[in-house]
Structure formats: C-alpha cells, structure tokens
Write a protein that binds this ligand. Structure first.
Ligand code: ZN
Length: 303
C-alpha cells in the first residue's frame, strides 16, 4: 500500500510573485495523486518526527539550521543569495519537509507500509552541507537517507533522483560513501552544471555515484530506457534495503524551465497500453526491481 504525506505549512513558503517554485506545485502533485485514485491515502497533517533537528544537524549543522530559523524570524527575503527566496514560514516549511519525510520513512521501515510518497516544499536536492542553492534549504532526501542508515538492518540505501536538474547537493553529501548510492537522470549540460558521467564518487564511494545525462528535448522513451537498462541494473547489483526517489517532476513537457518532453503517460512496456488494449509485453529487469521494492521499501519525496 502507498501512503501520501503532506502538510499545510508547505503552502506558506512564499518565493514571491511569479516564481516557478510555487505552492501550485503541491496542488499539481496532489491532483495527480487524486487522479491515481489515492486521494483517501493522503495524510494532510503529517506529524513531526523527534529526530528531525538531530538529523538536520548531522546532514548540515546545528548552526546552519539556526541561521535559517533566524533569517525567517527577521523577515529576510533571500537566504545566502537571490537563488534562494524565502519568507517568514520558510524555516518552518523546510524543517517540516524533513520531519514529514522522516515520519513517512519510519512508518515504512516499521512495517506499517512499505511505500510512501511525500508531497513537500521547499525542495532539497541542490542544498549542500553548509549552503542553500537552487530554491533548496535542507536536503530532505539526504536527511532521510542518513536516518535510514541508522535503522537496524538497513546497510545500503539507494537514492534515485529523476528531477530534470542534477542533485549536486545529494551527490556531494554522499560522494565518498559506499553505504548510500546516488543515481541521477537529468538534463546536461544544464543547471547546476554538475552530473557528468565521469562523476562516479571518490575514495570509498568510488563507483557509488551514477550519472545519466540527457540532452535537451528527450522524452518518455529515453527516460524509460534509462530506468530499465541502467537504474534497475544498478539497483540489482547494489542490493539496497531501501530505495529513495528524489522526485522532481520538471522533466515534464509542460514544465516552463525543464526543456524535456516527458509526458504523464509514461509507463513500462510490460503494462498494457490502455489506448489500444494490446497484450502486455514482459521484460525481466523491471520485474526484478518490483520484487526488490516489496522486500525492502521505497520512499518518494517530491523535490
Ligand atoms: Zn529541478
């Protein structure tokens, strides 16, 4: 069963009139959830998690967390630079995004559910240890990965980031580690400039970072091929106990900035095409991935 987690404070993070990272993203994601017939699975007041501040301090630092809190209280409109517009509720929203994702992860790992989807903002994957970037303040998916690694029996966590932008922050945070595998499909070259194929991790983490750059304008076929032929193989080889999806939807053809042509109808070939009712075609590797999801768990976080 899939549970969906969100919170009204995510609407209160105000980036200013006309900004592309706006609260309408939440409405769009939740409308998609409703279209999928999952509206009754949405938890709209997701409880905070007691580990929230400790994990934020571990991934970033306690000083960095305090600095964002103080900036919000003092009415600042940017954090570090104009790249990160903020409002009085930005700290609360960013902190709640981490707390809601940890709550979702806890319910997933405790066996109540084995899949979770967190609809939250501000996003997180550009945020580095001590620096916000690209509309991101706390690296939510990194916080979840770090928390997951503390749980008994979870020794390997796989993060798959399919946002159209490369997750430079997440990559940097786990660059030299082999216990968190970071894989990304993204437009390249493009903001933020990282994500080339030769970026594979360093030290003990060498080989545990995987980048799949796409040129501008590619669509469903390229994305499906990337998932089925590269990502699923990497998951099969790595054998993670948990899979985290860093779920940016800006590769969609209607995104104003992404420049890609992915549609909402993307689906693996082994599912029947409802338009012509043809028989399903089966391929072994996606099914292998599905088995893995059932044994471990998957947590998607909207970024
Ligand atoms: Zn993005």
């Amino acid at each position: 069963m899939l549970n969906i987690y969100t919170n009204p404070v995510f609407y209160e993070h105000d980036t200013g009139a006309g900004h592309p990272e706006s609260a309408t993203r939440l409405d769009a994601a939740l409308a998609g959830v409703a279209r999928a017939g999952l509206a009754d699975r949405i938890s709209r007041e997701t409880a905070d998690h007691p580990d929230t501040d400790r994990i934020i301090a571990k991934v970033h630092s306690a000083d960095y967390e305090r600095a964002l809190d103080q900036a919000a209280r003092s009415g600042m409109r940017d954090f570090f630079s104009g790249d990160n517009p903020m409002s009085s509720q930005t700290f609360s929203a960013a902190r709640t995004a981490v707390g809601a994702a940890l709550t979702a992860a806890e319910e997933m790992t405790s066996g109540q559910e084995n899949r979770a989807f967190v609809v939250a903002r501000p996003p997180g994957h550009h945020a580095e240890r001590l620096q916000p970037m690209g509309f991101c303040f706390f690296n939510t998916i990194a916080c979840v990965a770090e928390w997951m690694r503390e749980q008994p029996g979870i020794e390997r966590v796989f993060v798959f980031d399919f946002d159209v932008h490369h997750g430079n922050g997440t990559q940097a945070l786990f660059w030299d580690r082999d216990d968190v595998f970071y894989a990304s499909m993204h437009r390249f070259p493009f903001y933020p400039g990282t994500g080339a194929t030769n970026e594979i991790g360093g030290g003990a983490g060498r080989g545990y970072t995987l980048n799949i750059p796409f040129e501008q304008g590619l669509g469903d076929a390229a994305y499906l091929r990337g998932v089925e032929e590269v990502i699923v193989r990497a998951i099969d080889d790595y054998q993670p106990q948990a899979i985290l999806l860093s779920s940016g939807f800006d590769a969609h053809r209607r995104d104003p900035l992404g420049g890609m042509r992915v549609t909402g109808g993307i689906r693996p070939d082994h599912e029947p095409d409802r338009r012509n009712g043809g028989p399903p075609q089966r391929r072994p590797r996606p099914l292998a991935a599905r088995r893995r999801l059932r044994h471990g768990g998957a947590c998607g976080q909207c970024c």
